[in-house]
Write a protein that binds this ligand. Structure first.
Ligand SMILES: O=P(O)(O)O[C@@H]1[C@@H](OP(=O)(O)O)[C@H](OP(=O)(O)O)[C@H](O)[C@H](OP(=O)(O)O)[C@H]1OP(=O)(O)O
Ligand SMILES: Nc1ncnc2c1ncn2[C@@H]1O[C@H](COP(=O)(O)OP(=O)(O)O)[C@@H](O)[C@H]1O
Ligand SMILES: [Mg+2]
Ligand SMILES: [Mg+2]
Length: 370
């Protein structure tokens, strides 16, 4: 047992609390002197504690004010992360803007974001000039990414007919064929871990010509389980055969994003462009994602908590974020476990693909994966 004990308060929605605050995490943290304490959301934060650090994933003005009051009264406590920094991730345009600010040199690979536009009203949606720079198929994503179920509802749009049921404000982003596998990169302070997940299957030019309308879906890489190893979808996506991206590139992007966004707890989704096998595209960044799905999450998070409280003691942490430390000792890890699986609807859709066996997406208009 460690000598001095530290208290980390957490304020999370019930679902998040259930997935993140597992007994295994509490136990590992406890042996290293860290007590994880639930913040009572029915009472003012300033009346609770003392906390060496506050972890949170809550939305809204009231919570922001509570954090400000808490910070004013407890200037020595660390708030992970600053609400202003998190805010950027609640809009799918500002979320990815930061990617273009990164300066990373690579002789062999390149990275960026897919071509995209933002549409604020129906009029612009049907204005073909607004579309001049985009090529079908595209994905329509809600502009707001606030954690609501609505903010994860997306649609694959194959042609102009598919626009009718879209409700601006939306981001229209070119769909990039990527072999049906997505890379999720989890960042916890200095720690970086990349895992593979299933994604949407490719859409061939040939199939695109015969498709009409749109296809709705939601959280494909994060659907419920019951997967069997003989699952057609699983086989089709060749998850295990898929090569991981270069570790150095992923670590450099993660480190660059962390610094630019001033965030410690996030993940980002990366796809590899099938047309240019050395090109990587970042399509999504999430604050405080589902870390319990990350291998060794208990030790990774506990290391991070220890880093925070010890740095704070040494006076290395400044104010509401803990980014002042030297970043040179980044630990990176790669994990190739296939983590998630598809639900029945996805399985049904993809079994068509397996029957056709060309790996491209055959869909009827307005069918739904969700
Ligand atoms: O709960 P989980 O484990 O599915 O985590 C969700 C994340 O899944 P991931 O870790 O990327 O597989 C999920 O990531 P995606 O957006 O699906 O890429 C989000 O971060 C989600 O948070 P929110 O709904 O956007 O606020 C996360 O949901 P919350 O746990 O924050 O509600
Ligand atoms: N530009 C794109 N090209 C190809 N597939 C994409 C693209 N954008 C998103 N996807 C697919 O759609 C899924 C959901 O999109 P994402 O932007 O990650 O939203 P969410 O925040 O709901 O996870 C991704 O996991 C991926 O499978
Ligand atoms: Mg995502
Ligand atoms: Mg997301």
């Amino acid at each position: 047992m460690a000598d001095r004990r530290y208290s980390i308060g957490y304020a999370l929605l019930p679902k998040k609390q259930q997935s993140f605050i597992q007994d295994s995490l509490v136990a590992v943290a406890c042996t290293r002197g860290i007590d994880l304490v639930k913040i009572d959301q029915e009472r003012p934060l300033v009346d609770q504690g003392p906390f060496d650090c506050v972890l949170h994933k809550l939305y809204g003005g009231d919570w922001r004010r509570q954090l400000e009051d808490f910070r004013a009264r407890n200037p020595g406590a660390v708030i992970v992360d600053a609400p202003d920094a998190i805010e950027r991730l609640h809009n799918r345009i500002s979320m990815l803007q930061v990617v273009s600010e990164l300066k990373i040199e690579s002789q062999t690979e390149s990275f960026g974001i897919p071509n995209q536009i933002v549409i604020y009203d129906k009029e612009t949606l049907f204005d073909e000039h607004a579309w001049a720079s985009l090529k079908f198929p595209v994905i329509a994503k809600p502009l707001v990414a606030d954690g609501s179920a609505k903010s994860h509802k997306m649609a694959l749009i194959f042609n102009h007919d598919g626009l009718n049921k879209l409700k601006p404000p939306i981001v229209l982003q070119e769909f990039v064929n990527h072999g049906g596998v997505i890379f999720k990169v989890y960042v916890v302070g200095q720690h970086v871990k990349c895992v593979k997940r299933k994604s949407l299957p490719d859409v061939s030019e040939e199939k695109l010509g015969s498709l009409e309308g749109s296809l709705s879906f939601s959280q494909v890489s994060n659907l419920a389980t019951n997967e069997r190893n003989d699952d057609k979808y699983y086989k089709l996506m060749h998850l295990e055969d898929t090569e991981m991206p270069p570790q150095s590139l992923i670590t450099d992007i993660a480190r660059g994003l962390r610094k630019a966004m001033k965030l410690n707890l996030f993940n980002f989704d990366v796809i590899r462009d099938s047309r240019v096998g050395t090109r990587y595209l970042i399509i999504d960044i999430n604050y405080f994602p589902g870390y319990a799905k990350m291998p060794s999450y208990e030790t990774v998070l506990t290391d991070f908590f220890c880093d925070i409280v010890h740095s704070r003691e040494k006076g290395e942490v400044d104010g509401p974020n803990c980014l002042e430390k030297d970043d040179s000792s980044d630990k990176s890890g790669f994990d190739v476990r296939p983590v998630h699986s598809c639900d029945q609807a996805v399985r049904k859709l993809v079994s068509n693909i397996a029957d056709g066996d060309d790996g491209a997406l055959p869909v009827s208009p307005h069918s739904s994966l969700a």
